[in-house]
Design a protein around this ligand. Structure first.
Ligand code: PLP
Length: 379
């Protein structure tokens, strides 16, 4: 079905198509060519990051982090239940036992106050997810990591170009992961990046990404032939996708400014309904500068959420729910997940609605969305 106002719409802002043509004319469209290098250097500079490697998805970057971290059978990994399946799958693939914890009711991030109770001597990694581009309480998480000696892998899929206490999300833990999927802030269709913040993993990260070979060292002239040296897979994107992404990164500030306008309009326009007790609007965090990744509202109960979602749909507007709790999924239940065990996650999941949000969303379209929401409550 086609919606007059879709939930998401891929967009171009600059030289995306020109750069793709350039990549083709350069005669190098496999991975690690000119635009891949440009994207990596641009982001390392912009985000003050040690080392960034483009991948074909955030999912791939998470899988790389699990491999690099040495996560294996018998290890435990702690993560929120309220997240995308890839946050869990990367570690499930390695045979780790997953421990899901609850989220904070204010910004829907991992509840750091529930973290220490979940840590055991088997805890290998903790995976904070920066929901909606607002940072988790990284100070608390990093202090616990130092105390209990576990890895911190930030799922910053939604947190590109956002900060926590002045530091860019994804650069704080041992590893960070970004997504450039078409639903994210800066896009190339399918794409991602691994941030390697810890020098000891830098060389092995290149090897695992290049099918377990030392090909990157070979290209730098550090070895005279390249060969199979470790486990690995193919985690690189084509340089044509990097070319698209580079044009988006060049326009990062422009995209961010436009998203801020969209966010602020929704916030102000819906405030009267929130003040009247009809919904809760997103709360940021005083330590964080977000990137306006998404705009959600939390309704009073599941029926109201579903009713509003259908009402908007009937008027050609697509608003969508978000994660179903992973601990209650078929896989989560096989690991012992039980209804009632993570009350905030379970309550929010049924009541949250994400409103249409994309770069080209016009003021008129936003007025219509807000107008229809008002109508729904007036009826
Ligand atoms: C989008 C997203 C992912 C997956 O990103 P891909 O690039 O599609 O693999 C992982 N985690 C979170 C929190 C996400 O929002």
């Amino acid at each position: 079905m086609n919606y007059r106002i879709p939930f998401n719409k891929p967009f171009i802002v600059g030289k995306e198509l020109y750069y793709i043509a350039q990549a083709v004319l350069n005669g190098r469209i496999a991975g690690d060519a000119l635009y891949t290098q440009k994207c990596q250097a641009f982001m390392e500079n912009a985000f003050d990051a040690r080392k960034i490697l483009l991948t074909h998805s955030c999912t791939a970057a998470l899988e790389m982090a699990a491999l690099l971290g040495g996560v294996e059978e018998g290890d435990e990994v702690i993560l929120p239940s309220y997240t995308f399946v890839s946050t869990a799958n990367a570690f499930y693939l390695r045979g780790a036992r997953l421990k899901f914890i609850d989220i904070r009711p204010d910004n829907l991030n991992m509840d750091e106050s529930a973290l220490e109770a979940a840590v055991t001597s088997k805890t290998k990694a903790v995976v904070p997810v920066h929901y909606a581009g607002i940072g988790c309480d990284m100070d608390v998480i990093m202090d616990l990591a130092a105390k209990h000696d576990f890895l911190v892998i930030e799922d910053a899929a939604q947190g590109v170009n956002a900060t926590y206490k002045g530091r860019y999300l994804g650069t704080i833990g041992d590893f960070g992961t970004f997504s450039f999927h078409e639903t994210k802030n800066y896009i190339c269709g399918e794409g991602g990046a691994l941030l390697v913040n810890n020098e000891e993993h830098a060389l092995r990260a290149e090897i695992i990404r290049e099918k377990g070979t030392n090909r990157s060292q070979f290209f730098r002239g550090e070895v005279d032939k390249y060969t199979w040296v470790d486990v690995g897979s193919s985690f690189l994107p084509s340089d044509m996708l990097a070319a698209f992404l580079y044009a988006q990164l060049e326009n990062m500030d422009k995209i961010n400014a436009r998203r801020a306008e969209i966010y602020d309009y929704y916030f102000e326009a819906l405030k009267p309904l929130a003040d009247a007790g009809r919904m809760t609007l997103p709360a940021g965090h005083p330590d964080c500068v977000g990137n306006h990744h998404l705009f959600y509202i939390i309704l009073e109960d599941d029926e109201t959420r579903d009713g509003l979602m259908h009402y908007l749909k009937s008027h050609g507007i697509l608003a969508v729910f978000h994660y179903l709790p992973l601990h209650l999924s078929p896989v989560g239940r096989r690991m012992g997940g039980e209804t009632g065990s993570l009350p905030v996650t379970e309550s929010v999941s049924g009541r949250l609605l994400r409103l249409p949000f994309y770069y080209e969303l016009t003021r008129e379209e936003q007025e219509e969305v807000v107008g229809r929401i008002g109508e729904f409550f007036a009826e």
